[in-house]
Design a protein around this ligand. Structure first.
Ligand code: G6P
Ligand code: MG
Length: 213
């Protein structure tokens, strides 16, 4: 059975997705390009530098390596500006209740995000106290969809990957967790990739969500 629950951060627990989106939108605007919500789907859950590569290709932009460095720094500065005001209000629906329920039932909990801003977001939203293990962009090299972040998580939890249930909202994230050999619940209202189940949000979940037979 499931002994631990591992969460992606952006878009699953915290409403920070829109700030990544707004930061990229501003970057592209400065480059004279549009950036739509549909465009954003292509980079959901994707690492910062890889996101830039995808966007440059999508929008037919060429850029020197030095310029790329400048843009990546700018993107993160914009993101940091957008999140200066976040607090518990930015938690997505049902998050704290579900985390309490997991604790009450003796499950271990972890965060697996490749964002370098994970710690900051967890502190600002008061989420840190809920997790036994936190793996972020500073702890692993390979971004999702590589399974590294989820494998390191299982190792630190001292639990087998197939005893972990993962909550993910992006294609790259679902792929990463499935490659690690974990069960996956897509928090996106529809099945993404090889996800085992899907839900709209963490609101009103009960322990049955962790039955995968
Ligand atoms: C998460 C987000 C992505 C973001 C990535 C890197 O996966 O969903 O939008 O690009 O983390 O985050 P960072 O905060 O390091 O730019
Ligand atoms: Mg996500």
């Amino acid at each position: 059975g499931i002994k631990a629950v591992v969460f992606d951060l952006d878009g699953v627990l915290v409403n920070t997705d829109r700030f990544h989106y707004l930061a990229w939108k501003r970057i592209l605007w400065e480059l004279g390009k549009e950036f739509s919500v549909e465009d954003n789907e292509q980079i959901k859950g994707v690492a910062r530098s890889k996101s830039l590569e995808i966007l440059l290709q999508m929008k037919n932009i060429t850029m020197s390596e030095v310029e790329k460095m400048r843009v990546l720094r700018k993107k993160n500065n914009l993101y940091l500006e957008y999140i200066t005001e976040i607090d518990e209000e930015y938690l997505l629906e049902g998050v704290e209740e579900f985390l309490e329920l997991l604790k009450f039932n003796g499950l271990r909990t972890a965060i697996a995000s490749t964002s370098d801003n994970t710690s900051l977001v967890l502190e600002m939203t008061g989420l840190k106290k809920y997790f036994d293990v936190i793996i972020d962009g500073h702890k692993v090299k390979a971004p999702k969809p590589n399974p590294e972040v989820y494998l390191v998580c299982a190792m630190e939890l001292q639990i087998e990957p197939d005893e972990c249930a993962v909550f993910e909202d992006s294609r790259a994230g679902v792929l990463s967790a499935k490659r690690a050999g974990m069960k996956v619940v897509a928090v996106s209202g529809r099945i993404i990739g090889e996800a085992d189940k899907c839900i709209e949000s963490l609101k009103n979940l009960d322990m049955n969500i962790l039955d995968f037979q």
